[in-house]
Design a protein around this ligand. Sequence first.
Ligand code: EPU
Length: 338
Amino acid sequence: MNIQHAVSLKPYNTFGIDVSAELFCEVSGTDELAAVLKQNQGAAKSLLIIGGGSNLLLTKDFKGLVIKNSIKGIQVIHEEEDYVLVRAGAGESWHQFVLYCIEHKLAGVENLSLIPGNVGAGPMQNIGAYGVELKDVFQELEAIRISDLQQKTFRKEECNFGYRESVFKKELKGQYIITSVTFKLTKKPVFNTRYGAIETELQRMGVKELSIKAISDAVIHIRQSKLPDPAVLGNSGSFFKNPEISIQQYEAVKAAHPGLVAYPAGEGQMKIAAGWLIEQCGWKGKRVGNAGSHKDQALVLVNYGGATGQEIYALALEIQRSVQEKFGITIEPEVNVI
Ligand code: EPU
């Protein structure tokens, strides 16, 4: 175990924010993680667990211990005629895991290609894109409880998955560290091209016969064409969640703003495209100091270089305020602000 002092977190968050951790340790196995946690129990330092650092806005130096979860490994743990259970270490890159599945002809995660971050962060916020969510392929996960180092298996029902939500962001927030996730992938793909942009992209690519590889390629193209690459321009994907409002409120807003983009979301609710709301408030492509709203997808806030977390957060609050003022709708961050 190698605990370092005063380490810059810039390489560990996709916004590229340069704050420091008082203490920092990278772990590559469950035993090592348990040992670090045990040692920290005595010191009673605040903890921050980082995976791919792609859903995180760091606004100040972290006084405490930052643990970078780099637990690796992908293995098939069970196989049936039509499905396979694959376990992946929490520290595996999500997209590398998706590529593994495609290479092994295992279907279910192709629509989730190129989502930044690591496997362990997937269940935390039930990552989703292009009509598929992690919960659709989730079998179970292993986690370690910080207070007493107990290991626990969580089955799907125990995770309370919702839209960008899980028990790990709510009731059990800050209590467990996910060490591995097991997925149920199918050998007989059920293609999901419902999401309009995928069909269009498949046509553009001239795909004659659908395959999980073709869908993955289409998703990769779509994402690359409108979402900035964090390696080039610091960002954390969608900064806000798409808000859900009642049908009554939706109808009132729609009457005043006929262009409103929305989708049905459960009983009596509508999900509103936050990107549209933000664009209508004039933020799309706008730069304030070193921070801004991206030119191709207003929901994504970016660091043009050298932005502080405070600067990006201040911009987020201003955007939130203007959406509230214009539409009477509250948009909440999807990203964890620390
Ligand atoms: N829109 C605008 N202006 C914008 C952006 C969007 O008018 O600047 C409108 C358009 O009408 C567009 C609609 O909003 O058709 C939806 O936009 P998009 O397809 O980009 O999807 P999104 O709802 O903005 C969500 C996820 C993304 C995911 C995409 C595709 C959330 C918070 N975001 O974005 O996830 O990739 O759907 O499925 O749910 C992420 O979570 O980091 C993320 C990138």
